[in-house]
Write a protein that binds this ligand. Structure first.
Ligand code: MF3
Ligand code: CO
Ligand code: CO
Length: 277
């Protein structure tokens, strides 16, 4: 099938590995600060400072304004509990015990974008919160494991969707992964549920994100009036994890990885976390 998905050169891939590692290191950096009592605005300030002054990057999110909407007002997205994605850091939003929190960061270095997110649980996990966070991680990896030559993008959606069905969870349909490289969001749109149309076959050198949003309740979402925040319609908990995937000759590699990245689930065959010096 014809497509206009970028096939990255070895030089592009080297840049994407570097900025991918830096975006993952930003999440390593913030991990010890994700505690009860901290405001999400304070976490955002800490991450912007680290992005610029330690990593030597800029934030891709600050001022980001696709198709004439409201410019995004912060450096990161911090989405708590029933917030699905694009939670705007706030001076009045304090984290509390049991909260489930997605922190999504995108940084830019030498014109290349690094985009990834992780879930955090504040203090003592609730049973429902931990189950959803862990299941969403497995869902992301189920999608990633579908990446191999000969398969197509729809295989990611089939794997993510089937996993959620089995767990009695629902997958958000309005947002998906995306191609990434010298632009933040490019083709393809990576669906986390099966599409009823043909999708492109994986080719070595493609780079894209897998970033399923999974709800404990129904899949439906609502947009808040601030122009960004997305919440579950039924106010049920929502979780998301995000990694960048490179298609290789034999399978895939993960580009957003650093010393603090979680290990892949045991059943994952295609990738093992490298050791960092
Ligand atoms: N990082 C998000 C993604 O995974 C996009 C955030 S755009 C922002 O694609 F403007 F809200 F930051
Ligand atoms: Co992201
Ligand atoms: Co993304």
């Amino acid at each position: 099938m014809a497509h206009n998905i970028t096939i990255n050169t070895p030089e592009d891939i080297a840049h994407m590995r570097e900025v991918g590692r830096l975006s993952s290191e930003l999440l390593d950096f913030i991990t010890p600060y994700v505690k009860a009592g901290v405001t999400t605005a304070e976490l955002d300030r800490l991450m912007l400072d680290h992005t610029v002054n330690v990593l030597g990057c800029t934030s891709a999110c600050l001022g980001y304004c696709p198709d004439g909407g409201t410019p995004y007002p912060a450096a990161t997205c911090i989405s708590v509990n029933h917030v699905v994605c694009h939670g705007i850091p706030s001076e009045t939003k304090k984290l509390k015990n049991g909260d489930i929190v997605n922190i999504d960061v995108t940084v830019v270095k030498d014109g290349y974008f690094g985009d990834n997110s992780r879930m955090f649980i504040v203090g003592k996990p609730t049973i429902a919160g931990k189950r959803l966070v862990d299941a969403t991680f497995e869902c992301m990896w189920a999608g990633i494991e579908a990446v191999k030559p000969g398969n197509c993008f729809n295989d990611i959606g089939i794997a993510c969707y089937n996993y959620c069905e089995k767990m009695g969870l629902s997958i958000v349909q309005e947002y998906g992964g995306h191609g990434i490289g010298k632009v933040f969001h490019s083709e393809p749109h990576v669906s986390h549920f099966p599409l009823k149309r043909e999708t492109a076959v994986f080719e070595p050198g493609m780079i894209f994100t897998v970033e399923p949003m999974v709800n404990a309740g129904r899949r439906h979402i609502m947009n808040l009036k601030d122009g960004w925040t997305v919440v579950t319609k039924d106010r049920s908990l929502s979780a998301q994890w995000e990694l960048e995937v490179l298609v290789t000759e034999t399978g895939y590699d993960i580009l957003t990885v650093s010393a603090g990245s979680p290990e892949a689930p045991e059943w994952v065959k295609g990738w093992k976390k490298p050791t960092f010096a």
